[in-house]
Design a protein around this ligand. Structure first.
Ligand code: C2O
Length: 545
């Protein structure tokens, strides 16, 4: 196993997109940031040096960080942010994970430009992919979102007004909007393939707020992995990814030599057609005839923005390659409502209450709208024995009232309470969480991400979860293993995991506008008996608040 050393200099860099230059926070001046390439069993040592004017922290999305939450990164959860002029070295191991993950800033909206791929290949001791065809080449596609304005200003504005933040001005593939956006045609990315070759595409939704459909004109995709876990291969025309999710697909260049669009557009948003809201790159056969400006590439067919059926059918096909060890009985049976809400404004303030009907937008889990601490991180407070004033451990295992979650919810239930609440789990307890979307304000797909864990997705359905009926249909044989899963709009999803990683682990919706409205909570997983079942001691350079 190898140790990989990197220096990540976080700095302001001019980046030109959509006809204009905007100073953006980048790593080493690159946008998207550097790709980390490692093998299973390797270690990473990444020194982050903050030369920007914002507090920042970095998160290695999907890395389990066994007993090592200090390297996980979410600000005020496992560490205090790195202040301007400061630095922090993230040290962690890759343990039994293979496939595609990514890294991103985990402080306010800085991840809009601070992100990159983290590729984990099989170890040298057994270097082969378990795929039906061994790919000839590999491409990594980071799907993202670009704002004309500084994303931190967009966030601050929404925080001030209580209204929904502005949507992004472009979707991007590896930072480029592509042919259909203004001033972007020249930079449209091209990926060259030879006729007959099979390539591995590592697709990552690193967008801030938008679920995306992705497809390639006239080509089938064979899904082989998701969130750095292999899947049972299946063929599909289109894949759907929520922010945070990754999907690895094989693609065989089996069509007539030509130029084909690779394209992504929004799922579950107001933008639908293949138009100037579709980001594109080009899959170009090496022996394709030259394409002149009159003859563009062949357009990709993508499902409509509201095609929940396609999204659900895609998700339903995900399975582990063979039988896996899912907890059959559970010690902790948790039921979490995830959804939006609205805070009433006590003194009507037209400036600050620009949500629906003079309210402010909110979001919650079990009616608790999560507030990030400011004075210390939860990890530091917990390990220094001073949780008072930073967090409490009374997060409710079920919502305060049962109601018709996806029906016509009475107005009185729309207003959550605020709090920084953790739910305590005993070491090695077997946990089931039902994530239930609500129709408060609107039903929506919430891509829920759990830090420090991978979980099995054992069931899903539309409407309200019904334990007596739905539990019997759970897949406890070969469910997929994920770190981020969409709670379907107006439906529920069931996950199971064993709490074998002590520490403080954030669970949140990976749509960043929802995090800042409060769609988050933390699990506090207690230490086990011995040294090897306990959290490691904190690194000496851990930033202090
Ligand atoms: Cu990809 Cu909490 O994040």
């Amino acid at each position: 196993a190898e140790v990989h050393f990197h220096e990540f200099i976080i700095q302001e860099t001019p980046v030109k997109r959509l006809c204009r230059v905007r100073n953006s926070i980048t790593v080493n001046g690159q946008f998207p940031g550097p790709t980390l390439e490692v093998r299973n069993d390797d270690s990473l040592v990444i020194t982050a040096i903050n030369k920007a004017q914002y507090n920042i922290s970095l998160h290695w999305h999907g890395i389990r960080q066994m007993r090592n939450p200090w390297a996980d990164g979410p600000e005020f959860i496992t560490q205090c942010p790195i202040k301007p002029g400061g630095s922090y070295t993230y040290r962690f191991n890759i343990e039994e994970q293979e496939g595609t993950l990514w890294w991103h800033a985990h402080s306010r909206w800085l991840r809009a430009t601070v992100y990159g791929a983290l590729i984990i290949r099989p170890p040298l001791s057994s270097p082969h992919y378990p795929f039906p065809v061994i790919p000839k080449r590999e491409f990594t596609l980071l799907l993202g979102e670009w704002w004309d304005r500084n994303p931190m200003d967009v966030l601050n504005m929404a925080q001030f007004t209580g209204a929904a933040p502005n949507v992004s001005d472009a979707f991007t593939i590896n930072g480029q909007p592509g042919d259909f956006y203004r001033c972007s045609s020249q930079e449209t990315l091209r990926y060259l393939v030879g006729s007959g070759e099979t390539v591995l595409l590592r697709v990552i939704n690193s967008g801030l707020n938008q679920e995306l459909f992705f497809g390639i004109a006239n080509h089938k995709l064979t899904v082989v992995a998701a969130d750095a876990s292999y899947t049972k291969p299946f063929s599909t025309n289109v894949i759907m990814l929520g922010p945070g999710q990754t999907t690895d697909v094989l693609l065989t260049a089996d069509q007539p030599p030509a130029h084909y669009y690779m394209a992504a557009h929004a799922y579950n948003s107001a933008n639908a057609p293949f138009d100037n809201t579709t980001t594109t790159a080009i899959l170009q056969y090496k022996d394709a005839p030259c394409v002149t400006t009159q003859a563009r590439a062949i357009p990709a067919q993508l499902p409509g923005f509201n095609d929940t059926a396609t999204a659900a059918a895609f998700t339903a096909q995900m399975k582990s390659p063979s039988k896996v060890e899912v907890p059959l009985e559970v010690d902790e049976d948790l039921f979490f409502t995830v959804g939006l809400g609205l805070f009433n404004c006590t003194t009507p303030n037209t400036q600050r209450c620009q949500g629906p009907n003079g309210t402010r937008f909110a979001a919650s889990i079990n009616n608790v709208s999560f507030v990030f601490p400011r004075s210390n991180s939860i990890m530091q407070a917990y390990y220094q024995g001073t949780p008072a004033g930073v967090f409490t451990t009374d997060f409710p295992p079920v919502p305060p009232t049962t109601f018709d979650y996806t029906g016509n919810v009475s107005r009185g239930l729309w207003q959550p309470t605020r709090g920084t609440k953790a739910y305590k789990l005993k070491y090695k307890s077997k946990v089931q969480v039902i994530l239930q979307d609500t129709s408060i304000v609107t039903i929506e797909n919430h891509p829920m991400h759990l830090h420090g864990y991978e979980f099995y997705v054992v069931g899903t359905g539309i409407g309200n979860f019904n334990p007596s009926k739905d539990t019997s249909s759970f897949n406890l044989i070969d469910p997929p293993r994920r770190n981020t899963i969409g709670t379907p709009p107006g439906g529920w999803i069931a996950i199971r995991f064993v709490a074998d990683n002590p520490g403080v682990w954030l669970m949140h919706c990976h749509i960043d506008s929802h995090i800042f409205w409060g769609l988050a909570m933390v699990f506090l997983v207690e230490n086990g008996e011995g040294h090897l079942q306990s959290v490691q001691s904190p690194p000496l350079d851990l930033p202090q608040c």
